[in-house]
Design a protein around this ligand. Structure first.
Ligand code: MG
Length: 346
């Protein structure tokens, strides 16, 4: 409809649709004429052809079931028809082509290099199409090129376009929507941020990312005070738009007293999954002056990945000191920042 190579559009429609044609068959840009289709494809084409203006030297036929045809493919097919009399868009076969009998047993393998799968547009010089349609009584044809071939006209091939799909099944519709960029909505990739800080005090075990780390102090809190798990929990819940750790696991609830925070994270991951999201990756920074975290980072990644139900490669944990500055620098607290990316699964 947008091609500047097309002057007039004639659409053959079933009679019931012709009675109240859809809005998209109106255009301010070019003349669109609607005609009643016939019994067979070639009858519909003949009825439409009868309405082609005398001034038109080239006629191009296109299936409405191929909505993704490009202007370039229309132009190339028209150019070839202008040069040779008749030309169609077609794709070379990429699969091996077998011929079978009625029992589904192969009776031959066709040389693939000679096989092309016909598409539309199919373009013709006016007199060639006229000749082809005049010979249509000779039998049914699934495209106009067949009629032209039978009438003895050479029909040239123009390399078609894989995007120019014929939409006849639900799978075809999926493919067409993917080509239109509708199959995957980039806005369903979402990021979340989490933060937590706990005081470091004597007489508590130090648990970070589900790993118990030997140290003279531990983090103070209602649960095991695992600030890494808490930050990651908030990051994934936030990414999925599912609230935060306080809403799902309030510290006023005795159920979470001394809770294993990996269990909370496992539950949060289930909430995220129930929302239709999968965790793409998690990245964590632990700010602790002491102890040295490097020996424990791989263990934290593995424990977090297990709780999240993802591969270890999707989780990263890094340790930083705070250069002696502030509560973290003085060894009075450990702070954790986390980001998580989640993606909606189709
Ligand atoms: Mg916390």
């Amino acid at each position: 409809m947008r091609s500047d190579r097309i002057a007039d559009v004639i659409v053959a429609l079933p009679a019931d649709i012709l009675a109240s044609p859809p809005d998209y068959l109106r255009s301010a840009r070019k003349r669109i004429e609607l005609v009643a289709g016939g019994e067979r494809r070639q009858d519909s084409v003949a009825r439409a052809f009868a309405r082609v203006p005398d001034s038109a030297d080239l006629v191009v036929i296109h299936d409405a079931a191929r909505p993704l045809v490009s202007q370039d493919l229309i132009a190339r097919t028209l150019d070839a028809a202008a040069a040779h009399g008749a030309a169609i868009a077609a794709l070379p076969a990429t699969d091996t082509v077998k011929q079978s009998n009625r029992e589904g047993v192969i009776i031959g393998t066709l040389p693939r290099s000679e096989i092309y799968l016909a598409q539309t547009p199919q373009a013709f010089r006016r007199r060639v199409l006229q000749d082809a349609l005049a010979s249509a009584h000779a039998g049914d044809a699934t495209d106009e090129a067949t009629l032209a071939e039978r009438a003895g006209h050479p029909v040239h091939l123009v390399t078609g376009d894989a995007r120019n799909v014929k939409v006849t099944t639900p799978d075809d519709l999926d493919a067409a929507e993917r080509f239109l960029g509708r199959g995957h909505d980039p806005l369903t990739i979402r990021i979340g941020v989490g933060y937590d800080l706990h005081r470091l005090v004597a007489g508590r075990p130090l648990v970070l990312g589900g790993v118990r780390i030997p140290f003279e102090k531990g983090l103070l809190g209602h649960s095991d005070a695992d600030a890494v798990c808490h930050a990651v929990t908030d990051a994934i819940l936030g990414a999925a738009g599912a609230g935060d750790i306080g809403r799902h696991f309030p510290d006023t609830d005795p159920a979470w007293k001394d809770a294993d925070s990996l269990v909370l994270l496992t539950r949060a991951a289930a909430i995220v999954r129930a929302g239709g999201f999968a965790v793409a990756n998690v990245d964590v920074v632990v700010i602790a002056e002491r102890p040295k975290l490097v020996p424990h980072l791989a263990g934290m990644c593995a424990a977090l990945a297990r709780a999240l139900g993802v591969d270890d490669s999707r989780v990263s944990v890094k340790g930083k000191t705070n250069e002696g500055v502030g509560a973290e620098g003085a060894g009075d607290a450990i702070a954790v920042h986390a980001v998580a990316l989640v993606a909606r699964q189709s």
